[in-house]
Design a protein around this ligand. Structure first.
Ligand code: F6P
Length: 364
C-alpha cells in the first residue's frame, strides 16, 4: 500500500480501546471538516496496531466513503483494540517489548501532519506518550460507555449505552410484574456507576447498586419489603459490574490469555436477594449489547461536534488537547488533565440526589 500524495495537511485518525456507538459519527465529522480545509484524512486500522504493521494498515477517507449509512452504524469502520500497550507489547514468546518506535515509524511513513485519536483514558495515556516521544501533534476525542473520563461532562457512547440499559429495564418490567419477580440487571461501567445510575433512574428501578456506594443486603431486602407494602409484588434492581461482594471483592471472569474483566456480580446479588426476601429472582447480564447499538441522536450530535472541533484544533495549531463537552458546548482541555482525572459518580451530585428523592435505594 502506498500513501497517497500530499495536498495541504494530511491527518490520521484512529479508534482505540473498547468500541461504542458514535465512533463512526466522529470519523464522519472529522472527514467533513478536514475536507472543508482541503486536507486528506487517512483512517488507521485497528488503533495503533495499524501503525505497527508493515505495510502500515490504513484507508483513505473522503466524503464518498463516510456519507450515507455511516453515522447510523455502531462500532467503528476502522476497527479497534483494547490490548497491546506498544511500550510493553506482549510478544508470542511471553516476553514484553517496547515497540513504540515502530509505531512512530509507521506514523512517519504515512507522512502525517497530525493524529486524531478517539479513545478513553488508557488509550490517551498511550497516545500522549507516543506523541511526546515521536514529537508529533495529537488531539483526542473522548469515547467510553463508562463516562469515566475526567474534564468532559460526557463521552461518546455513554448516552447510547444508557438508552440500551433503559430499554432492557422497560422490557424486564412487564415480565417481572407478570411473574411477581425481582429482576436484577447487571450493567457495564467499569469502576464507575454512571450507566447504572442513569439507567436506573430513567428505567424506574427500585434499587441501584453502584461501586461508589457501599450496600448491605439487609437494606436492599428492606426496600423490597417497602415495595411489597405498597401492594406491588415485583421489583427492578440495577447492579453496576464493579460492585463488590459483601466480602469486598470485585467479581471478574478470567478470559482467554488470562485477561480479566468484570462480570458476575448480578448473579451474586440475585442469590443474596432471593435468600433474604424469598422472592423469585432472575438475573440479566446486559454485556456488550450496551456497546453495539445504533448511536442515539445525542451521541451523534456530540460525536459530530467533537469531530469538527478536533479538526479545528489542528487548524489552529493547538495540540495535546482533548475535546470536551461543557455547559452545552464543546471546549478543549489539556489531554494530561483528562487522563489524570478519573470521573466516578459524585455522591452529592444531582443524579444521586434525584434517585434518593425518588425513593430509589442504593442499599446503604
Ligand atoms: O470500558 C468499556 C467496557 O465496555 C467496560 O464497561 C467493560 O468492563 C469492558 O469495556 C469490557 O471489555 P471487553 O470488551 O474487553 O470485554
Amino acid at each position: 500500500m502506498t500513501a497517497p500524495t500530499k495536498a495541504g495537511k494530511r491527518i490520521g485518525i484512529l479508534t482505540s480501546g473498547g468500541d461504542c456507538a458514535g465512533l463512526n459519527a466522529v470519523i464522519r465529522a472529522v472527514v467533513h471538516r478536514a475536507t472543508g480545509y482541503g486536507w486528506q484524512v487517512l483512517g488507521i486500522k485497528e488503533g495503533t496496531q495499524g501503525l505497527l504493521q508493515r505495510p502500515v494498515q490504513y484507508q483513505t477517507l473522503d466524503l464518498g466513503s463516510v456519507d450515507g449509512h455511516m453515522m447510523r452504524q455502531g462500532g467503528t469502520i476502522l476497527g479497534t483494540t483494547n490490548r497491546g500497550d506498544p511500550f510493553a507489547y506482549p510478544m508470542p514468546d511471553g516476553t514484553v517489548k517496547d515497540r513504540s518506535d515502530e509505531i512512530i515509524g509507521g506514523y512517519r511513513e504515512l507522512g502525517l501532519d497530525a493524529l486524531i485519536g478517539i479513545g478513553g483514558d488508557g488509550s490517551f495515556a498511550i497516545l500522549h506518550k507516543l506523541a511526546q516521544k515521536g514529537g508529533f501533534p495529537m488531539v483526542g476525542v473522548p469515547k467510553t460507555i463508562d463516562n469515566d473520563l475526567g474534564k468532559t461532562e460526557v463521552s461518546v457512547g455513554y448516552d447510547t449505552a444508557v438508552a440500551v440499559a433503559v430499554e432492557a429495564l422497560d422490557r424486564l418490567q412487564p415480565t417481572a410484574a407478570s411473574h411477581h419477580r425481582v429482576m436484577v440487571l447487571e450493567v457495564m461501567g467499569r469502576d464507575a456507576g454512571h450507566i447504572a445510575l442513569a439507567a436506573g433512574i430513567a428505567g424506574g428501578a427500585d434499587v441501584i447498586l453502584i461501586p461508589e456506594i457501599p450496600y448491605s443486603i439487609e437494606s436492599v431486602a428492606a426496600k423490597i419489603q417497602d415495595v411489597r407494602n405498597t401492594g406491588r409484588n415485583f421489583a427492578l434492581v440495577v447492579v453496576s459490574e464493579a460492585v463488590k461482594t459483601l466480602e469486598g471483592t470485585g467479581v471478574k471472569k478470567v478470559l482467554q490469555g488470562g485477561e480479566k474483566r468484570y462480570g458476575g456480580i448480578g448473579d451474586y446479588i440475585g442469590e443474596k436477594i432471593a435468600d433474604a426476601t424469598g422472592a423469585e429472582t432472575r438475573v440479566t447480564v446486559l454485556g456488550h449489547v450496551q456497546r453495539g447499538s445504533m448511536p442515539s441522536p445525542r451521541d451523534r450530535l456530540i460525536a459530530s461536534a467533537f469531530g469538527v472541533h478536533a479538526v479545528d484544533l489542528i487548524a489552529d495549531g493547538k495540540y495535546d488537547r482533548m475535546v470536551a463537552w461543557s455547559n452545552r458546548g464543546v471546549i478543549d482541555v489539556p489531554i494530561t488533565e483528562a487522563i489524570e482525572h478519573y470521573s466516578c459518580v459524585e455522591l452529592d451530585g444531582a443524579l444521586v440526589k434525584t434517585a434518593r428523592g425518588l425513593n430509589i435505594s442504593f442499599g446503604d
